[in-house]
Design a protein around this ligand. Structure first.
Ligand SMILES: C[S@@+](CC[C@H](N)C(=O)[O-])C[C@H]1O[C@@H](n2cnc3c(N)ncnc32)[C@H](O)[C@@H]1O
Length: 204
């Protein structure tokens, strides 16, 4: 039976029929689900994913964002180019990776400037935790990548303390250069002259 959703049929938002079972990627990317899949977790206003969708038609991209206003902006931007390789999903990142991603389905996760939760008593809310890396590891293909960036040095130290002892990942040098699109937040931080901290982790 077809479900009734409050999104127009031509929207590039993907609304799963069932939030308790892994996604059917053939339904998300009809006719092209065998192509590499990259996921932008906490995609913000979507400029990064939009640029990646345009530059890499040979890959599929899924933007994940929990705020409705931002998700709507991403969908509008994707709709303007109407590319078959860009879709967006409104959901919480950890839940999405844990419950909705089939094992071994993702080639690259991009997590750019995740909320830093600077107060010590809020550190438990940070996305990058050991349990989260465990589920990212499971969702990645062998040799797949997790790319992390942040402007917040304290959060970056926290990330290091989490990923360095993780047995499933090896850090590799990463200098993205100009070929890697800047995100909305990265543009703002760069304009203020703030340093950006980065890590590329490869699944063993
Ligand atoms: C600081 S912004 C960075 C946005 C974008 N990645 C960039 O670099 O411009 C963090 C984004 O992640 C989203 N976000 C934060 N925690 C999230 C979570 N647990 N699940 C999904 N989205 C989340 C926020 O709504 C926000 O849009």
């Amino acid at each position: 039976m077809q479900s009734v959703f409050l999104v127009p049929p031509d929207s590039l938002e993907y609304v799963p029929e069932n939030y308790c079972v892994p996604l059917d990627l053939a339904a998300v990317f009809p006719g092209r689900s065998d192509l590499p899949l990259e996921i932008d977790l906490g995609a913000g206003d979507g400029d990064f994913i939009l640029e990646m969708v345009k530059r890499h038609p040979e890959r599929n991209f899924l933007a994940v964002e929990r705020l409705l206003g931002r998700l709507t902006k991403i969908c509008r931007k994707l709709a303007r180019i109407a590319a078959p390789n860009g879709r967006a999903l409104r959901i919480e990142s950890h839940y999405f990776v844990r419950y909705l991603l089939p094992p071994g389905s993702v080639t690259v996760f991009h997590i750019m400037h995740p909320d830093p939760w600077p107060k010590r008593r809020h550190h438990g809310n940070r996305l990058i935790q050991t349990e989260f890396l465990d589920v990212v590891h499971r969702a990645l293909v062998p040799g797949g990548e997790l790319r992390l960036t942040t402007d917040n040095e304290d959060y970056f130290k926290h990330m290091r303390a989490v990923f360095e002892p993780h047995p499933g990942f090896v850090e590799e040098p990463w200098d993205p250069g100009e070929e890697y699109p800047q995100t909305d937040f990265e543009r703002q931080y760069r304009a203020k002259g703030q340093p950006i901290f980065r890590a590329l982790l490869r699944r063993g």
